[in-house]
Design a binder for this molecule. Structure first.
Ligand SMILES: Cc1ncc(COP(=O)(O)O)c(C=O)c1O
Length: 420
């Protein structure tokens, strides 16, 4: 018999295998100081591009005040128990009502976390006869929800409407044959790695030919897209065609929690049947109070969204003008595509952090194909022109070093915390 623990420590996984060199630097870095465009990393100030603090609410004075007051008044314990049993409050219900209005849906239900909530939502919605048709680049929370689904799931190539239609035809034929079940299409409002929007308008148009319900994870679009900030559906003029609108509070709201909005009867069904909420303690009161304040700012401070977009445009047009490939982003998410090995990528990140004081995330093999490097920059409303200009210069100079082959090395640099 194999010992499970022995097997685990033979292979720590794609990123874990580098932990001895990487822990505390390339993985599990500690950013300190007030959350903003500049923070402290290993004792030095860095320009930070890796936080989804889109509207800069993480350290907004009104938000900090509401969070502190919520904690002082209620503590972290309240309310005790699951919503259904003993953990409900007027504040939870008020937040649901305001969220529903904000995303133009009849009702909304709070979820404790986006990841868990989405997985559990898929489980709550679908029976074994139902078929789920989903985008190939769906977030892990959707993929993990699919793993709980006992019925068929058909994947379509990322944002490929011809392939989606093919999968809808397949699904429709099977459902007619089994004489049971329906179709749920799942996509994202904005794909968090590449920054491209899901083709919600085109997907909604397919409803004229095929019968299905549409669930959209708009984690990155909520608060950042659309005239009022209601997200990618609003930006594309099809918010009313989204049957279930989902977002986390972890991005533009810089908080914790999530919600699902839709038709009242369906949201009620979800309330009474979603296992991640029924069998878990309710969202703590300070978070609910803090989220009410954040939502108020989303509604009443459109200038935050404008500032975010101003910064996103400056960063993206600056990168393009310097000859960088940023793909097809149509959101603030800003990827930079480059080629190089894992060792080169880590050496470049180190140079960026140590000598240019620019801190951003990278993705390398085996998460993406060998030889490719993706940097991902998240502009926010609290970045300054100086942050953007310094970052453009840093990328310009380090890219030249990369292209000259000067980052080539036999192994990734050893940057682990001394205590790791
Ligand atoms: C598209 C998407 N869905 C869901 C989640 C998970 O949300 P949470 O952090 O609230 O668990 C994330 C990341 O945070 C995300 O990017």
């Amino acid at each position: 018999m194999a010992d499970i623990f022995e097997r685990l420590i033979k292979n720590y996984g794609p990123i874990g295998q580098h932990r001895e060199h990487a822990h505390g630097y390339f993985a599990f870095p500690k950013l300190e100081g007030d959350i903003g465009g500049r923070m402290i990393f290993r004792g030095k100030e860095v320009i930070v591009w890796s936080l989804n603090n889109y509207l800069g609410l993480a350290n907004h004075p009104d938000v900090r005040k509401a969070d502190a007051e919520g904690a002082a008044r209620f503590g972290l314990a309240a309310p005790m128990g699951a919503r259904m049993m003993s953990g409900n409050s007027n504040y939870h219900e008020q937040l649901e009502k305001e969220l529903a209005e904000f995303v133009m849906k009849e009702d909304a239900a709070l979820l404790n976390y986006g990841y868990q909530g989405m997985s559990s939502l898929i489980d709550a919605l679908c029976s074994r006869h139902d078929i789920i048709v989903y985008d190939a680049e769906s977030h892990a929370c959707i993929v993990d929800g699919l793993r709980m689904h006992a019925g068929h799931r058909y994947v379509y190539k990322h944002n490929d409407m011809a392939d989606l239609e093919k999968q809808l035809q397949r699904a429709t034929t099977l459902i007619e044959k089994q004489k049971a079940g329906g179709i749920l299409v799942i996509t994202e409002g904005v794909f968090g790695m590449a920054g491209d929007q899901g083709k919600l308008k085109e997907i909604a148009a397919l409803k004229e030919t095929y019968e299905f319900r549409l669930l959209v994870d708009d984690a990155h679009g909520f608060g950042t897209l659309g005239k009022t900030g209601a997200g990618a559906g609003e930006a594309q003029g099809v918010q009313d065609k989204i049957d279930l609108y989902f977002s986390t509070f972890a991005k533009s709201m810089a908080s914790i929690g999530a919600f699902i909005g839709g038709e009242r009867k369906i949201v009620d069904y979800i309330r009474y049947n979603i296992r991640s909420q029924i069998f878990a303690k309710s969202l703590p009161m300070p978070l609910v109070i803090g989220n009410l304040k954040r939502l108020e700012l989303l509604r009443t401070r459109p200038e935050l969204k404008e500032k975010l977009w101003g910064n996103a445009r400056k960063l993206q047009s600056g990168l393009k003008a310097h000859g960088f490939d940023i793909g097809n982003t149509d959101s603030p998410v800003t990827p930079i595509y480059m080629t190089g090995g894992v060792e080169e990528a880590t050496a470049m990140v180190m140079d960026l952090r140590e000598n240019y004081h620019v801190f951003c995330s990278i993705v390398v093999y085996p998460v993406i194909p060998k030889g490719h490097i993706i940097y991902r920059l998240i502009p926010t409303a609290v970045h300054t022109d100086a942050d953007i200009e310094e970052t453009l210069r840093a990328f310009d100079e380090t890219k030249k070093t990369l292209d000259a082959g000067k980052y080539k090395a036999a192994s990734i640099p050893d940057m682990a915390d001394a205590s790791a």
